[in-house]
Design a binder for this molecule. Structure first.
Ligand code: PLP
Length: 343
């Protein structure tokens, strides 16, 4: 289980299942041209179903599902959704039927995340909608959920990206775990940068930051690189989601609060839209592969790292500063059509 060490009592009494086998590695990366030391938190290695950030959220979402006596999981995402793939794996592990509502048409041959969805035994419902028609996808999730309720299947239905307050708890754990790794290494970093799409990872991270700040630990700022138009224009409201997540921790001291200044979303690296490749992300993908052996994808982590590298090149941090990039995963989509940039 992702370890939050001394903070573990914070999670006492919160429904959770064990999906992350341990602490994910924190690797020292190259020193950038600006003199900044890059660190990479390997949340692509969260273990379950080829890994990625959603496994942390699913520990709490599935904990809640089990506690409510659910027999099945329903969720929704883009055609190559990593969240859907990890939900399929969690359902397989827990013996729950999984229904995935996906954008696009059923392809002739499944590839990337969809191939794994099928391998994990999930049922896929293709909507025919484009990737970013999130509202339409959510409506289909609701109708699939209603049909399962009518069949007496007791579904636990998870909104896009697992970005509820319950799901965000996974990244409260993530921030606290990272803080403890940094404390053990004796490093104080200038920023924690990650890719943001449905906002739950971001909400959990800033909630973790607020906890560290309250107990007098270093609490480096979190910078979210937005890869979907919604998060870039402030939807969801990350401050509210983070505070709602904190309210779910019965042992969280009162007065710990996320404030608007904690939430930084940089939309400069999105390009034309969600899942539309950018030159900067393609360069970041090649750079990461050739400098660290890291595999990033074109929808999420490639754009996220392009934001970190771009901000470093603009001189945001001083030479000698340390900055963490949370590698949130996305590896299976590399094996789908157009999953890698030209080499
Ligand atoms: C690889 C990867 N990185 C980052 C994210 C963004 O996480 P969130 O939806 O919590 O903002 C996702 C979401 O699907 C993802 O799959």
């Amino acid at each position: 289980m992702g370890d939050s060490g001394n903070f573990s009592e914070l999670f006492t009494g919160v429904d959770r299942v064990n999906l992350v086998p341990g602490v994910t590695p924190l690797e020292r990366g190259p020193i950038l041209d600006s003199g900044v030391q890059l660190w990479v938190k390997r949340d692509d290695l969260t273990g379950l179903g080829v890994g990625g950030n959603k496994v942390r959220k699913l520990e709490f979402l599935c904990g809640s599902a089990v506690a409510t006596g659910a027999h099945s999981l329903v969720t929704v995402g883009a055609a190559q959704s990593n969240h859907c793939r990890m939900t399929a794996a969690a359902g397989a592990l827990l013996g729950m039927e999984v229904h995935l509502v996906l954008s696009g048409e059923r392809p002739q041959e499944l590839e990337g995340n969809q191939l794994l969805d099928a391998l994990f035994g999930a049922q896929m419902h293709f909507t025919g909608e484009p990737d970013h028609y999130w509202g339409a996808l959510e409506l289909v999730r609701e109708s699939v959920t209603d049909a399962l309720v009518a069949d007496g299947l007791q579904p636990y239905s998870i909104p896009i990206g697992g970005s509820t307050a319950v799901g965000a708890l996974g990244y409260v754990v993530g921030y606290l775990e990272l803080s403890q790794q940094l404390a053990e290494l004796g490093i104080e970093v200038s920023a924690v940068v990650h890719t943001s799409s449905s906002g739950g990872t971001h909400a959990g991270l800033v909630a973790g930051q607020a906890i560290c700040r309250a107990v007098g630990m270093p609490s480096p700022p979190v910078i979210a690189i937005g890869v979907a138009k919604g998060v870039v224009i402030g939807s969801p409201d990350v401050v509210s989601l983070a505070n709602e997540a904190l309210s779910l921790l019965p042992n969280c001291p009162v007065g710990i609060e996320v404030v608007a200044a904690d939430v930084v979303v940089d939309g400069d690296w999105l390009g034309d839209d969600y899942a539309v490749p950018t030159q900067e992300a393609d360069e970041a993908i090649r750079w990461a592969a050739r400098r660290g052996g890291w595999v990033l994808d074109r929808v999420y982590s490639g754009k996220g790292l392009s934001g970190l590298l771009g901000r470093a090149a603009r001189g945001e941090w001083a030479s000698g500063d340390d900055v963490v990039f949370i590698h949130t995963g996305g590896v299976p989509s590399v094996f789908a059509t157009d999953g890698v940039p030209s080499l």
